[in-house]
Structure formats: C-alpha cells, structure tokens
Design a protein around this ligand. Structure first.
Ligand SMILES: [Zn+2]
Length: 360
C-alpha cells in the first residue's frame, strides 16, 4: 500500500475490502481499496452570467443534491455569493449532509482567476473585478475553497468523468453570453500565461463583421451566443420577441423548427454550423485534441448541428488528422459547470495531483 493510500484510508476516504481469492498464486496478497463515497462530499458552486448553480457531490462525482437559480443583472458579488451559501445549506439539509462531512468547496467562476486560485480577477459579463471568492466562502462555511475558471473546470470534469475519460487531450467549447474554451493537454489542465482559459470567442470568423466588445472585428462571439442567436431568430420570424433572461426554451424552438424543415431555421442552422466549424478547424489545426466537447448552447443545439459538424470538418483537415477527429456533446449538459467545480475540488482536496496520475 502506498503512503498516499494509507493517508486516504486513515482519513476514511477509502476502505479496504477483502482480497480476491487468488487460488494457488504465490506472492503477497494485494490489498483492494475502494472509495467510501457516502461518508465525504465536496461542495460545488458555478457562477455564470445571471445563473447560479450549487451542488453536493460525493467522491465518485455523483451529484447527491443540487439547486439552480437565475439572478438579475447587475448584481453585486456579495449578493450572489450570499445566495450561493443559502442554497448550499438548503441542498445539504435535504441531502442529509453535515458540514463535518465536507472536505472542500470548488467554485467555477466566469472569467479570469489568479494563480493561487483564490480571486476572480475579472468577469466581463458580470462586471466584477478582484472578487476574493475563496476568502468569502471560507469565512461563511468554514471549509477550504479553490476557485477556477468555469469552462476550464468543465473541461476537467469531462476529462475525468465524462466523454474524455482516459484521454490526454480535450478541448471544451462553451457558448453562453460569451464563448470560452477549457483545454486539457498532456493529461493536465492548461492554465495559459495570463490566468485565463483559451479565448476562442475572440478568434476572428468574419473579417468584415461586427465590432466586438473586446475591440476586435468579427469575433466568434459576435455571431454566436445566447444574445446573438435569439436576435437572429426574431429577425427571421422564428421567435415573436426576444426571450426573457431566464427563458431557456428558445434553443429547443430552433431545434424543432429545423426538424420541421422550416427554410429560415435551416438557413440559420447552416450559418451556426459554418461559423462553429471554422473555429473548431482552428482548434484542430493548432492543438489536434483527441476530443472536442460541445457545451452550453452548442450542447443544446447538438441535435441539429452535430452531424453537420462531424461531416463538414474532416474534409478540411490534413488527411492524417482527419480520422482522429472526435466531436461530442458535453456529458453533463446543464450540470457541466457544477460537475466541473466539484472535479477541481476533488482533485485538490481529496485525491491530489500525485494520486490522479497513478490512477489515470
Ligand atoms: Zn472579440
């Protein structure tokens, strides 16, 4: 048994089970260890633009309780984090989980996070800067906290528990009010030089396009987001008016319209596929990941875009790379952010990087 296993055993995070019957085989019997998921938990908080999700997750990444709510913008960080604490206490109460069973809390923040993973430096869509998130939650809940970029955390969740299990490289593309990407390269989270994840939302896809809030022209975000697509649907007569901020039914309305063969819906779908394909091509040519995972709006629209992306992209890539391209919708759907926040907390507070490397 390794020292690490002994420590986990002592902490009650794993238990020894009876060794397998090895018949007449010689040698020392192997100790079999298994996680004791029902004894300890991590808490997860995912903060998006106007959306907050919290959860209680066991050591096998199984969600034992969760809650999702919308909040009106603008909102102060204190108001949103305070709401998260109230929701967490409620979810723990209904799941019968006590604070003594909690080993840590992971926060998936929208925007840049400092290297020590304690401060949300900048959140463009929320208008927040330098929010000391770890300090706040540690003070309120009395548990260890780490903060990660929400999309990078989603990538970690997919790489360990979802479609990327066992793979060394994965790119998670997340479309909501903005577009972000989380990268797993060489089996590790890629952290970039300036704290952020990959800003693929600002890759240029339309040289003559609209001005973006970053100062660039024709960025991916100017043609695809939770703001742009409903506006296009209104223009095309596919929606009567712009949806309320908490109305998430419009992607399903677009899927249904395409499935009914409405020409305007199909034209809009083709537009989405074309822009998405050109961004994914850049990612493939730059990084050649084993899988690209589609999250957020791309996940919601998967029924009408996935086949086209899978057939249109490979012919535009070098023959040798073509066969290995895998494009998959996110495994955890609307829970991707929460599972991601739980994953980074499990890594830090339960398994530790050294253990992860030996179990992969
Ligand atoms: Zn931009």
């Amino acid at each position: 048994m390794t020292n690490v296993a002994a420590e986990l055993l002592e902490a009650g995070l794993i238990t020894e089970v009876a060794p397998e019957n090895r018949g007449t085989q010689l040698g020392r019997p192997t100790t079999r260890l298994q996680l004791t998921p029902a004894e300890h938990f991590v808490l997860a908080v995912q903060i998006g633009a106007g959306v907050l999700q919290v959860g209680v997750v066991d050591l096998t990444s199984h969600v034992v309780g969760s809650e999702l709510t919308d909040f009106a913008l603008p909102a102060t960080p204190e108001a949103v984090m305070g709401l998260a604490v109230v929701m967490l206490r409620r979810v723990m109460g209904s799941a019968g989980v006590g604070m003594h069973q909690v080993v840590g809390l992971g926060v998936g923040a929208a925007g840049l996070v400092d290297q020590e993973q304690r401060i949300n430096l900048n959140s463009q869509n929320l208008g927040w800067a330098d929010v000391a998130m770890a300090d706040y939650f540690e003070r309120e809940l009395g548990v260890d906290v780490l903060v990660d970029h929400n999309v990078r955390a989603m990538a970690a969740g997919e790489a360990q528990y979802g479609v990327g299990r066992g793979l060394e490289s994965l790119v998670f593309v997340y479309v909501r009010t903005g577009i972000g990407a989380g990268l797993i390269l060489g089996g590790r989270e890629y952290r970039g030089g300036t704290h952020g994840a990959a800003e693929i939302g600002h890759m240029r896809v339309e040289p003559q396009g609209r001005e973006c809030n970053c100062g660039g022209i024709g960025c991916f975000e100017t043609v695809l987001s939770d703001r742009v697509i409903p506006a296009r649907m209104v223009e095309e007569g596919l929606l009567v008016k712009l949806p309320e901020p908490n109305d998430r039914t419009w992607p399903a309305a677009l899927v249904a319209a395409v499935q009914r063969d409405e020409p305007r819906a199909i034209a809009l779908r083709d537009e989405i596929v074309q822009y998405t394909a050109s961004s994914l091509l850049n990612i493939i040519n730059l990084l050649n990941p084993q899988v690209i995972v589609l999250g957020g709006l791309l996940h919601d629209l998967a029924p009408i875009i996935l086949d086209d992306l899978r057939s249109s992209i490979p012919p535009q890539v070098l023959p040798r790379l073509r066969d290995s391209i895998r494009i998959e919708p996110a495994s955890f759907g609307t829970e991707a952010g929460m599972i991601g926040a739980a994953t980074v907390a499990l890594d830090r507070f339960v398994f530790g990087e050294h253990v992860l490397q030996t179990t992969r």
